[in-house]
Design a protein around this ligand. Structure first.
Ligand code: ATP
Length: 388
């Protein structure tokens, strides 16, 4: 589809900076490559996006519970999960201009896309950010900042099953920061080294028919979430990963792709993780990570369907789809037609004059809690009530 959209990345980046949605990190020191800070409006929008996800994925359901695990996990986590060995991207360098690329993201793996010069052989580069715990920087103290939130869920599987009276199928959701030492972070908040994820591991019976059913369910459910909160259907498509593109843990992945101004790209991935993660952690820790199925009187490790989304990417697409330009009284203006549930500012109370007690009155109205309650449930904001 080539219908022209008014929005470009440049317009969004400028608007975000001008209005205080997103600022480049460490601006006063010249910035830190591809790292961003969220300003007052961006902070509110981000909170609302997360709230919308949590409400839809956890609170409005009876089969999903929440978790908030640590960014730092035992280093064995990443050995067992396969990230230490397989969470790599192929990296190439241009021998002439020295620019660096992800070999799978350039059209010709032998020629520099910037200057046409020759490229080095591809080397596998691990994307986890390494750090040291404690004051001694030796190999015993090495750990990693989590590259996905999911592993905290798998590592807590026994705790959750033992304490929560869960019955299959059930999900565990969590959101939080993840870190990846991306070779080429790019396109504003689309790909950064520090970002936030919203992930849910949905545990099911280990059965192919169940897996197919729930996979389809979650792909559709996730698509509906975006549409429910104002995203435009025509900017979405599904992309099924061919076998050779699958992550090390995946038995099948479908991406929800979005039509960004720079082209189609991943927005969210829905993956069939099978029992890969529980198997790996059970083997590495020696702990029992099975589930007892009362009906079948059998113990097994459940399979998993995982919808995984980046908060920052979600924010970006909601901004892109909300962006509009129009003319009012001969003046051009930019309008963000955000869903009211996501909008950083829902309503404003302004004094007509900056004197005569009007600012105080406006503030009183603003702070009147009855005026803030949900329509229907609250009292009329302008009627006076005595509060005891
Ligand atoms: P990509 O192919 O774009 O690198 P991925 O397939 O590695 O992404 P997943 O591991 O499936 O991504 O992560 C789940 C989600 O987390 C992605 O769909 C995306 O929304 C978000 N995400 C992943 N990496 C980044 C990043 N570097 N910056 C911002 N968001 C990210």
């Amino acid at each position: 589809m080539s219908e022209k959209r008014p929005v470009t990345m440049e317009k969004i980046v400028n608007l975000c900076k001008r209005r205080g949605f997103v600022f480049p990190t460490s601006d006063i020191y010249g910035g830190l490559s591809s790292t961003y800070d969220y300003g007052p409006l961006g902070t509110e929008l981000k909170r609302n996006v997360k709230e919308a996800w949590w409400r839809y994925m956890v609170h409005e359901r009876t089969d999903v519970i929440g978790l908030d695990s640590a960014i730092l996990q035992h280093p064995k986590t990443w050995e067992a999960s396969g990230h230490l060995k397989s969470f790599t991207d192929p990296m190439v360098d241009c021998k002439d201009c020295k620019h660096r690329f992800r070999a799978d993201q350039i059209p010709d793996a032998a020629k520099c896309p910037d200057c046409g010069g020759p490229l080095t052989e591809a080397r596998q580069f691990n994307m986890m950010l390494k750090t040291f715990l404690g004051p001694v920087e030796d190999s015993a103290a090495v750990t990693y900042l989590r590259p996905e939130t999911a592993q905290g869920i798998f590592a807590n599987f026994a705790n959750l099953v033992d304490t929560q009276r869960v019955k299959l199928p059930f999900g565990v959701a969590q959101m939080g920061k993840s870190f990846r030492n991306e070779i080429t972070p790019e396109n504003f908040i689309f790909r950064t080294r520090e970002f936030e994820q919203m992930e849910m591991e949905y545990f099911i019976k280990p059965d192919e028919a169940e897996e197919a059913k729930w996979f389809e369910y979650w792909v559709e459910h996730r698509m509906n979430w975006f549409l429910k909160f104002g995203a435009k259907r025509e900017n979405f498509r599904l992309h099924q990963h061919p076998k050779e593109e699958l992550s090390h843990y995946s038995r099948g992945t479908t991406d929800l792709q979005y039509r960004y101004p720079f082209g189609w790209g991943e927005l969210e991935g829905v993956a069939k993780r099978g029992s890969y993660d529980l198997d790996q952690h059970a083997n590495a820790s020696g702990k029992d990570l099975t589930y007892f199925d009362e009906e079948a009187k059998a113990r097994y490790r459940p399979w998993v369907i995982e919808p995984a989304l980046g908060v920052d990417r979600a924010m970006l697409i909601f901004l892109l789809d909300a962006y509009d330009e129009d003319v009012v009284d001969n003046e051009e203006r930019i309008v963000l037609r955000l869903d009211p549930r996501l909008a950083p500012i829902k309503a404003a109370v302004y004094p007509l004059l900056r004197k005569g007690g009007q600012p105080e009155k406006a503030n009183e109205v603003r702070l009147d809690r009855t005026a803030l309650s949900a329509p229907g449930r609250g009292r009329h904001p302008l009627r006076h009530h005595h509060r005891s």
